[in-house]
Write a new protein. Structure first.
Length: 255
């Protein structure tokens, strides 16, 4: 790894002020979630925060180099897993308005209990299976932040006349969100879509997978040209049908 807590990230420019950051590495062979960036004339919208202070700083500095001087900052947390949201405090300190699903807090509390952790530092150490010295070196001083605005089933954020749609797509977790940018036809899917591993169902059960399929069917109604998944490579909309087929198979096997 070139920089502790960062690795060697790759960036992708879709045009229209839309970017993605992939392959950020928290510790050896453990990657944070992909990150999305939408820049308008006056605002920046980040989709996920990264997991470490170095990752958050890279995301921030990259965005400022592409779209400096924006007046407003938004951060959408696609769900509560720490590879998506642990560096949220970095953006909170820079006055970002943070969006998350209304069940984000209860999901986070349940995970803290599952990990047997008393605070966020113990959570990330248990999550990554590292000690406090490695945590300090690689993760830094960041921590999760409770969302300032809660999303129900769907929320549209209008920024200078440009729409960003935040949609609830439960199944991987209860608080799973996806972010769609109609102008560029790019979907930031969070872990509703996982190009690397397919649908990760270990955190849910068959009834949740049926809701997941319903959410994916809702995504199919959008004019999507490109998907940035929670993990893995940028892909096209066909992967939605692939995930639906994989979930249907899992439901049949669980019957």
């Amino acid at each position: 790894m070139e920089r502790p807590g960062l690795g060697t990230p790759r960036t992708h420019d879709f045009g229209n002020g839309v970017h993605a950051i992939l392959d950020m590495e928290t510790i050896a062979d453990v990657h944070a979630a992909n990150v999305g960036i939408i820049s308008t004339a006056r605002a920046q919208v980040f989709v996920n925060s990264g997991q470490t202070e170095e990752q958050a700083r890279f995301i921030w500095d990259y965005t400022q180099s592409k779209a400096p001087g924006r007046e407003m900052t938004y951060l959408v947390l696609t769900h509560h897993h720490l590879d998506h949201c642990f560096a949220a405090s970095f953006f909170d300190e820079r006055h970002a308005l943070i969006y998350g699903h209304r069940s984000f807090g209860s999901c986070m509390a349940e995970m803290r209990k599952h990990l047997g952790a008393n605070d966020y530092r113990e959570m990330i150490e248990a999550f990554l299976k590292i000690d406090s010295d490695i945590c300090k070196r690689y993760v830094g001083s960041v921590h999760p932040v409770s969302p300032h605005r809660h999303v129900g089933e769907e929320t549209s954020i209008a920024i200078n006349g440009e729409e960003v749609t935040v949609m609830h797509v439960p199944g991987h977790t209860e608080c799973q969100l996806a972010v769609y940018h109609p102008k560029s036809h790019v979907l930031f899917a969070g872990d509703a879509i996982n190009e690397r591993a397919g649908p990760v169902t270990m955190f849910s059960e068959a009834s949740d997978w049926r809701r997941w399929i319903a959410g994916l069917e809702k995504l199919k109604k959008l004019e999507i040209e490109t998907i940035v998944p929670g993990h893995g490579e940028i892909c096209g909309p066909q992967i939605i049908d692939d995930h639906i087929a994989a979930l249907e198979k899992k439901i049949a096997e669980a019957a």
